[in-house]
Design a protein around this ligand. Structure first.
Ligand SMILES: O=C(O)CCCC[C@@H]1SC[C@@H]2NC(=O)N[C@@H]21
Length: 254
């Protein structure tokens, strides 16, 4: 992939860097955030220590996935980022739709294609000394899922062969444009500007789900979308509750 070409194809005005290999693009940008004057996109052709949500690792194949992080500074404290991971899911969903791949979203921020995970989003943050907060938005997109990666994951994951045939620089520029426009909108209006679109893409709307914490079931109920701060609404036997954290899984029928 070519950084100059991605920057030229994109209208986002964001600095672009491409490296052949690194441990984790998120770790790299978190380490540099304090010295960055403006947003930077870092793309890695290969990651050796990709990080996933909840301390998990992120496995991907070099040839068949896109792994990148975008660092963005927001005014305000951590509150300003409420719902950001979900909003990024909407930005990706809209961009992928335009590229001909229909996706849905699983709370809090997985991108699904035909029920399997197509992309994962990991946002890590750091306070800026003079005020504000840096968000490092890391995205791993599976273009084609090779059998050996699926075997290591222990589950099936989606691929998007149509995207895999696209020129990588063109695909990356399209995603960068969607993210930059979306992040500017988020900075002004917060998750409220994305909530309706998230709910329209909700993969498990009305389905009976369980909320898990380290594998233990915390709640069970019907998924009813998210509120305007990004919390999952769950209709349980005791009434509606809001869920702030955890993994959601479809209930396995007895
Ligand atoms: O667990 C998840 O679903 C989130 C996965 C996020 C993976 C991406 S790949 C690029 C960036 N760098 C990392 O180390 N992780 C994110």
């Amino acid at each position: 992939m070519n950084a100059d070409r991605i920057a030229a194809l994109s209208g986002a005005g964001v600095a672009v860097e491409v490296v052949a290999q690194t441990g984790s693009t998120n770790a790299d940008l978190l380490g540099r955030a304090a010295s960055l004057p403006a947003p930077v996109l870092l793309v890695a052709e290969h990651q050796t220590a990709g990080r996933g949500r909840a301390g998990r690792s992120w496995l991907s194949s070099s040839e068949n996935s896109l792994t990148f992080s975008l660092v963005w500074k927001f005014d305000g404290g951590p509150q300003a980022l409420l719902g950001l991971p979900l909003a990024v899911g909407v930005m990706l969903g809209d961009a992928l739709d335009r590229l001909g791949v229909q996706v849905r979203l699983k709370w809090p921020n997985d991108v699904l294609k035909d029920g399997d995970k197509l992309a994962g989003i990991l946002i890590e943050t750091q306070s800026a000394p003079g005020g504000g907060v840096w968000a490092v938005i890391g995205i791993g997109l599976n273009l084609i899922m090779p059998d050996e990666v699926e075997a290591q994951l222990g589950r099936s994951a989606a691929g998007a062969p149509w995207l895999a045939r696209m020129e990588r620089d063109v695909l990356m520029a399209a995603l960068l444009d969607a993210l930059a426009a979306g992040l500017r909108q988020f900075a002004q209006h917060g998750f409220g500007a994305f909530c309706v679109r998230w709910n329209l893409r909700h993969a498990w709307q009305g389905e009976t789900v369980v909320i898990l914490d380290n594998g233990a079931v915390l709640h069970e109920g019907r998924a009813a979308g998210v509120d305007d701060t990004g919390r999952l609404l769950l209709d349980t036997e005791q009434g509606r509750i809001t869920v702030m954290a955890g993994d959601v899984s479809l209930r396995v029928k007895a």
